[in-house]
Design a binder for this molecule. Structure first.
Ligand SMILES: *Cc1c(COP(=O)(O)O)cnc(C)c1O
Length: 465
């Protein structure tokens, strides 16, 4: 057997072990961070490791790594495992293309472009639209901001920032906005954080008032980041109202749909991004709602000219054949670029757009199961709203930060907490479309059983604020 065949056989064996372990123990046995290097031998050494030892070690590493695909993982904005997407990603690893040129990526270029074209059609972008696959949602937001900056101040590409550009986002938006403002040379002090309403949505009137004040002070309003699915509450900023403003003041409108932009696949929920066709750019993460392996992020632009203006650079050693439409390196941030498109394409191709819709709808269905359960049980307090797959609550007034940490340390379930305005609460994210109603009810059951048998949580309750 060739080395690769042997290693793939080992891979299959390890994956079987992992899957059976996931069924037996949906939450991995936790290794305390301070004991990690003593618990598993992670050291790299001069000498080679014997095959049998190597296999045993790999098994140990797999088994003690947090399990994100099981029915008890609710911690982050991803989870589960769409097997057809896993297949595509494994093939991408075997092919090991880089996506910058047609010469090196061949049909993979068409695969990426087909996803981009279909996505642009879904959101109602016109014939000049295009896009690319950045390394994640943070990078998508960054690329949008750079395009906005260059559109407002084209000299900037050559001379650096000379104008007082101001950008706007809601207080509830993703933290990448702050980092990106500094990377893009705009500066963190030139972000205006617009207040959100009681349901976590940016207030357009406040946005406009802030813009007018900045103009009065000599600032140049440049960019608004609207969020489709805020990180904590899963709220949707009102895109149409915001677009009225960005059009009036000639600003760039980006819609950050990293978390919930995939509602574009659902007849029932795409109304949540109504007006998205009026934006200049839109991004979504297939590795969040659509369940592809990390990372799979897509940014779309209404006019591809901006992608070229901001990201193309001539490189004779690289672009030797086939023309710009097939040499995707002309519109990407990186040079060498992983093939993140194939896994999404294998998923989409195998289940169809209808199948993607089912994946999205299932998450809202599961959120409704959780909402109904919470609303009908007086031991719970609800903090989130309809049309969101982030279900936020507290149980018996127990400090959510203490409860989440205890649930994790005792390997009960992995769930996180969040804050909105003055409240802190547990955030259950029903993003794993492999889950069923029973899995959500089971989450509440394991949580309640744990509280019941953990009297120390009561003491915490007495001192909690
Ligand atoms: C997750 C998320 C991001 C960041 O995406 P990454 O792929 O993790 O970089 C940006 N914005 C929102 C609203 C998100 O939920």
């Amino acid at each position: 057997m060739s080395n690769i065949s042997k290693d793939l056989a080992l891979f299959n064996e390890l994956v079987d072990a992992l899957i059976s372990e996931e069924h037996k123990n949906p939450v991995a046995e936790r290794i305390e961070a301070s004991k990690l290097y003593n618990a598993i031998d992670l050291s790299l050494q001069d000498s080679a490791m014997l095959d049998d030892n190597f296999k045993a070690l790999l098994r140990e590493v797999l088994i003690s790594t947090p399990k994100t695909a099981t029915s008890l993982f609710f911690n982050q904005l991803f989870g589960g495992r769409q097997s057809k997407a896993v297949l595509g990603d494994l093939l991408a690893v075997m092919l090991n293309n880089s996506m910058y040129t047609y010469k090196v990526a061949g049909p993979q270029v068409g695969i990426e472009q087909e996803i981009i074209k279909q996505s642009c059609d879904l959101i109602g972008y016109g014939p000049k639209s295009n896009g690319t696959f950045p390394t994640g949602g943070s990078m998508s937001n960054y690329m949008a901001l750079v395009m906005a900056r260059d559109a407002k101040d084209p000299d900037c590409r050559l001379n650096g920032m000379t104008k007082p550009l101001i950008i706007y986002t809601s207080k509830e938006s993703h933290y990448s906005n702050a980092k990106n403002a500094s990377f893009a040379g705009i500066g963190r002090n030139n972000i205006r954080y617009i207040t959100a309403d009681a349901k976590g949505r940016m207030i357009p009137e406040q946005l406009e008032a802030q813009i007018q004040e900045d103009i009065k002070n000599g600032g140049i309003p440049t960019y608004v980041n609207a969020t489709a699915g805020t990180t904590v509450l899963g709220a949707f900023d009102p895109i149409n109202e915001i677009a009225d403003i960005t059009e009036r003041y000639d600003m760039w409108l980006h819609v950050d749909g990293a978390y919930c932009g995939s509602v574009i696949f659902s007849e029932q929920y795409k109304h949540l991004v109504k007006g998205v066709e009026r934006s200049n750019s839109f991004s979504y993460n297939a590795h969040k709602m659509l369940g592809t392996p990390l990372t799979c992020s897509i940014i779309l632009v209404n006019d591809k000219k901006h992608l070229h203006d901001s990201f193309s650079n001539d490189a004779d050693y690289l672009y030797q054949t086939d023309g710009d439409d097939f040499n995707l390196g002309k519109t990407s941030f990186q040079c060498g670029r992983r093939n993140d498109a194939l896994k999404f394409w294998t998923l989409w191709k195998s289940i169809g757009t209808q199948g993607l819709k089912t994946i999205v709808d299932q998450q809202f269905e599961l959120a409704n199961v959780a909402l109904d359960y919470i609303k009908s049980n007086p031991d719970y307090t609800l903090y989130s709203f309809d049309d969101s797959i982030s279900v936020c609550f507290n149980y018996k007034d127990i400090d959510p930060t203490v409860l989440c940490t205890a649930l994790y340390e005792h390997q009960v379930t992995v769930v996180g907490f969040g804050s909105f305005k003055d409240d802190t609460f547990i955030r259950l994210v029903t993003i794993n479309a492999n889950n069923e109603k029973q899995d959500i009810l089971n989450f509440f059951k394991v949580l309640e059983d744990f509280v019941e048998r953990t009297p120390s949580l009561k003491r915490v309750e007495a001192v909690s604020v």
